[in-house]
Design a protein around this ligand. Structure first.
Ligand SMILES: [Zn+2]
Length: 268
C-alpha cells in the first residue's frame, strides 16, 4: 500500500514539476555520451531526472565566504541526470526505478576537494580517517558528497564522470555490502561475480606491472572502486569497456538494462 501511494505521488510530481526545455537541453549539451540515446530513452531520462530533483535536496557545502558555492538549476540538472542514468532501466516505470534511491535525501556540493567526513575500515579491521582531501564520497543510507570542480573536470576526460562514480557506490551499497556487486537475484549473482572478478584480477595485474591502462588505475584500489570506475566507463565511454572486458560489460548491461552503445533500454 505504501509503495502504491508513493508511486501515485511520483506520477503526479512528473506533471507538476516538468523541467524547462532550455535547462534540460543545456545539461544534455555538456554530456556528449548521452547524444546517441533515442528520443524515447531521453524522454524517460528527463522524467526520472525530474523525480530525482523533486525528491532529493541538492545543497551547497559552502554557503558563505570567498569560496561559497551556489547550487544553480544547471548544477542540479547535471547531477540529477547523471544520477538518474544509473537507475534508468531499473523499473517498469520511472516511479518504480526511483525506489533504488529510497532511504536518503541529500547531495552536498562543495567548491573544491573537501576533508573526508567518514571513517573507513581497512582489511585488518582498523578504523582510519584519512586527512587527504577527497573529490567525492557516498554514505550508506546518507548523502552523496561531490566536489564541483572535479565533476566538471570529468567532462574533458573521456570515460570519467564523478557523479556516476559516486552513485555507483550507492548502487553497490543497496544490498547492504560494499563489494562491487549491485543487488542481484541469487540466480544472477555467480555470473556477475565471476565476470567482475576476472576483469578486476586482469586489471590489477596490468596496474601492478605498471602498464599504461586506458581505464583509470584508481580502479585497482579495491573491488568496489573497480565497480564504481567501470560504471563511469560503461556509461561515459562504453566502447572502451566493451573492448577491454566484454563479459563484464555484458553483466553491467544486463544489470542496468541499458545498452549505452546503441542508446536504448534492454528489455527485462
Ligand atoms: Zn569511489
Amino acid at each position: 500500500m505504501f509503495n502504491w501511494l508513493k508511486t501515485k505521488r511520483r506520477e503526479r510530481a512528473l506533471t507538476t514539476y516538468a523541467l524547462p526545455d532550455d535547462e534540460w537541453n543545456a545539461a544534455l549539451n555538456e554530456l556528449p555520451f548521452l547524444d546517441h540515446y533515442t528520443p524515447e530513452v531521453l524522454a524517460r531520462l528527463r522524467d526520472l531526472t525530474t523525480l530525482f530533483l523533486v525528491e532529493k535536496s541538492i545543497v551547497s557545502g559552502a554557503t558563505s565566504g570567498e569560496h561559497a558555492f551556489e547550487v544553480t538549476p544547471h548544477v542540479r540538472i547535471l547531477i540529477g541526470v547523471q544520477a538518474s542514468l544509473l537507475i534508468l532501466g531499473r523499473g517498469a516505470t520511472v516511479a518504480e526505478a526511483m525506489r533504488d534511491y529510497d532511504g536518503w535525501e541529500n547531495v552536498v556540493v562543495y567548491p573544491g576537494d573537501f576533508p573526508r567526513t567518514h571513517d573507513f575500515e581497512d582489511e585488518a579491521g582498523v578504523v582510519h580517517r584519512s586527512a587527504e582531501p577527497i573529490a567525492g564520497e557516498s554514505w550508506e543510507g546518507g548523502p552523496v558528497l561531490l566536489s564541483w570542480p572535479a565533476v566538471e573536470a570529468g567532462y574533458d576526460e573521456t570515460g570519467m564522470a564523478l557523479v556516476i562514480h559516486e552513485f555507483a557506490h550507492k548502487i553497490d551499497m543497496l544490498d547492504g555490502a560494499v563489494n562491487g556487486l549491485p543487488p542481484l537475484l541469487a540466480s544472477e549473482r555467480a555470473a556477475f561475480r565471476d565476470a567482475i572478478d576476472v576483469a578486476y584480477a586482469h586489471f590489477c595485474g596490468c596496474v601492478d606491472r605498471n602498464l599504461d591502462t586506458a581505464i583509470d588505475p584508481y580502479a585497482a584500489e579495491s573491488i568496489d572502486e573497480f565497480f564504481a570506475v567501470t560504471c563511469e566507463v560503461f556509461f561515459a565511454e562504453p566502447e572502451l569497456l566493451l573492448l577491454e572486458y566484454p563479459a563484464y560489460f555484458a553483466q553491467l548491461q544486463s544489470y542496468f538494462r541499458v545498452d549505452p552503445i546503441a542508446g536504448h533500454l534492454v528489455p527485462q
